[in-house]
Write a protein that binds this ligand. Structure first.
Ligand SMILES: C[S@@+](CC[C@H](N)C(=O)[O-])C[C@H]1O[C@@H](n2cnc3c(N)ncnc32)[C@H](O)[C@@H]1O
Length: 289
């Protein structure tokens, strides 16, 4: 059997199991099982396969059909044009989250800080956001936290692969908790977070790939999905400099509920809801008084 024949067969099989983009999935899985790049795979389409190579692909295809996300099988995901290792310890970074990076860069470029800008990311997961920022801004004081020690191990690995391990301090703990032990409270120019925001009773109806494979701790936003916003908004003013910024990714339809909380908090000067490329409200941006 040639590579092309196996590719066609796998594509049809994946399609028959309602996998989206079956051809792309088949190509990436086959390239992975043969340890080739996609380009190398194309060049060898008419080459033949050994039985054990066929079996290796079949195993990967079965994992995909049972609902495992392609990114976990391939163990990587691109974000901000950087290659990240991902596995079930972390949420797969989503393209719409790049808006948080864009807005952070805008804030950092618009404010001519007379000191090294200090940034805190809460709930870093794979490290995608903090690492993208560290790649873009060489002189920066960056702390990235996560309650999941497992996620931090992977985030540190990703920071090393991206060559920015010396620019980010990763700390473990609940929200601002890890910052408290220091006697002198650190104040940040920017605090950002893509917190868990799925409404708990709706987790069961998420796509199988998300529900059964991505870490629940990265998804569960409490009974109304807003638990983390309440906590972040009430505590952030104590850790922000005057006129410092808070940037929060939000889920669909959460914009007004989050801005209401910011308004009620009273510590913020102005705020804005920003849409992503699909026109969905995605980021809330607020400036501390
Ligand atoms: C939606 S994921 C975002 C991951 C990553 N920043 C991204 O955008 O791809 C939320 C992250 O928050 C972390 N998290 C959950 N509860 C937390 C808490 N109480 N304190 C700090 N981090 C928390 C999760 O482990 C997860 O990595």
């Amino acid at each position: 059997m040639t590579i092309l024949e196996l590719l066609n067969g796998s594509t049809n099989y994946l399609k028959g199991h309602q996998i989206e983009n079956p051809r792309l999935n088949a190509e990436l899985l086959l390239a992975r099982s043969l340890n080739l790049s996609r380009e190398e795979l194309y060049i060898q389409l008419h080459g033949s396969l050994k039985e054990r190579e066929k079996e290796a692909l079949e195993k990967l295809v079965q994992r995909r059909i049972s609902g495992e996300p392609l990114q976990y099988i391939l163990e990587h995901q691109e974000f901000w044009s950087i290659d990240f290792k991902v596995d079930p310890r972390v949420l797969i970074p989503r393209p719409e989250t790049e808006l948080l990076v864009e807005q952070s860069l805008l804030i950092l470029s618009e404010n001519s800080f007379k000191r090294v800008p200090s940034v805190l990311e809460i709930g870093t997961g794979s490290g995608a956001i903090a690492i993208a920022l560290a790649k873009e801004v060489k002189i920066i004081f960056l702390i990235a936290t996560d309650i999941s020690q497992d996620a931090l191990v992977l985030a540190k690995e990703n920071a090393k692969s991206a060559g920015v391990q010396h620019q980010i301090k990763f700390v473990n703990g609940d929200l601002f908790g890890p910052l408290r032990p220091s006697k002198e409270r650190k104040l940040f120019d920017l605090i950002l977070s893509n917190p868990p925001y799925i409404i708990r009773p709706e987790i069961g109806s998420l796509a199988k790939e998300v529900r059964d494979y991505e870490p629940i701790i990265a998804l569960d936003g409490g009974e109304d999905g807003l638990e983390f916003y309440r906590r972040l908004i009430s505590q952030a003013p104590f850790y922000l400099r005057e006129e410092g910024w808070l940037l929060l990714e939000i889920g669909q339809g959460q914009g007004e509920k989050v801005t209401d909380q910011i308004e009620k908090n009273g510590a913020f000067l102005k705020q804005q809801i920003l849409p992503d490329l699909s026109g969905i409200e995605r980021v809330v941006k607020a400036q501390r008084k």
